[in-house]
Design a protein around this ligand. Structure first.
Ligand SMILES: [Zn+2]
Length: 313
């Protein structure tokens, strides 16, 4: 073998080595790369599919009425432990304050300025009051015990949007619970709360939304069927929207007739609020509870004095 032949053979074997290295490189480097590229491409598709499924389920849930068992299961899961509550010797009662508008524009006696509302919350807090939810109201009245010595229930009628703008930020600041009675046909209309606002506020754990009927008609003037329609339809609307077992009916303008309380129970409510002045007590009937109206310019001190005066009875 001469030098030229030797050189050619060496070159051939070098080329062969190069081929082998290239094949190895293809297998070792490119195959995993392909794998990552392919899986990387597939993954978002899978995620997209999952998201699509979830949102499909959510849409299904939000458009389909929740079954009674589902609603009650949720209510059961959020059951309040009353074992450490203070037992009440006499009949338990709850001062329940009734508000309407919280707004700087005082048009009538149903409007309270935000600074006056804040001074009331401040006074209640400083005097040791804690605010209770509708579920707690039910337990206080039926089990005759309470979560603290000084309790108060804050209620807001009609579902005006100034509740979201002016009351909610202050309720959060003072960590006070409140109940808003909404008229289901008024939701999402100008000057009223929207579904989104309800969901956001409910999520805070401070605000509860309960029924103020479908169209704010006086129960007193409606026949049995129409009353039942108002009671049932508004409850179902809120049950479905907020995934809850709506507990309270607040009668428009506090008006009701002899049938209304029984129809309220028939529709699935456990509590009913009127505008009858006084404090909520079981002996008045769980579906006909009294409240204290808060009018314009009422100071924190005046609210405390009202509550104190009642406590002296
Ligand atoms: Zn009303």
């Amino acid at each position: 073998m001469n030098r030229k032949e030797k050189w050619t053979q060496r070159r051939k074997s070098a080329n062969l080595k190069l081929y082998i290295i290239m094949i190895l490189l293809t297998v070792v480097v490119l195959a995993p790369l392909n794998y990552f590229v392919l899986t990387g491409l597939n993954k978002p598709q899978e995620t997209k599919k999952e998201v699509a499924n979830v949102s499909k389920q959510e849409t299904k849930e939000s458009t389909q009425p929740s079954s009674k068992s589902q609603v009650y299961e949720q209510a059961k899961n959020s059951k309040i432990d009353t074992s450490k509550w203070i037992s009440v010797q006499e009949e338990a009662w709850i001062p329940t304050l009734m508000y309407h508008h919280i707004t700087p524009e005082i048009a009538d006696s149903n409007c309270l300025a935000p600074e006056d509302f804040e001074s009331q919350l401040d006074a209640l807090k400083k005097d040791g009051y804690i605010s209770v939810s509708p579920e707690e109201v039910y337990l206080i009245l039926t089990e005759n015990k309470k979560p603290a010595k000084k309790i108060v229930c804050l209620t807001f009628d009609d579902g005006f949007d100034d509740f979201y703008k002016n009351a909610y930020p202050l309720l959060k600041k003072y960590n006070m619970k409140a109940t808003s009675f909404v008229v289901t046909n008024f939701l999402n209309k100008v000057s009223f709360l929207t579904d989104q606002q309800l969901l956001e506020m409910k999520k805070s754990g401070l605000i509860s939304f309960q029924s103020h009927t479908v169209s704010h008609q006086s129960m007193e003037s409606l026949n049995v069927d129409d009353q039942l329609e108002q009671l049932k339809t508004s409850k179902k609307h809120l049950d479905d929207l907020l995934k809850q077992d709506t507990l309270v009916i607040c009668y428009p303008s506090g008006k009701l007739n002899d049938d209304t309380a029984d129809l309220g129970i028939q529709a699935g409510y456990k509590l009913g609020f009127t505008t009858q002045p006084g404090f909520a007590a079981k002996s008045d009937g769980l579906l006909t509870l009294s409240r204290t109206r808060i009018s314009s310019n009422m100071t924190g001190e005046e609210v405390i004095n009202t509550l104190k005066a009642a406590g002296n009875h």
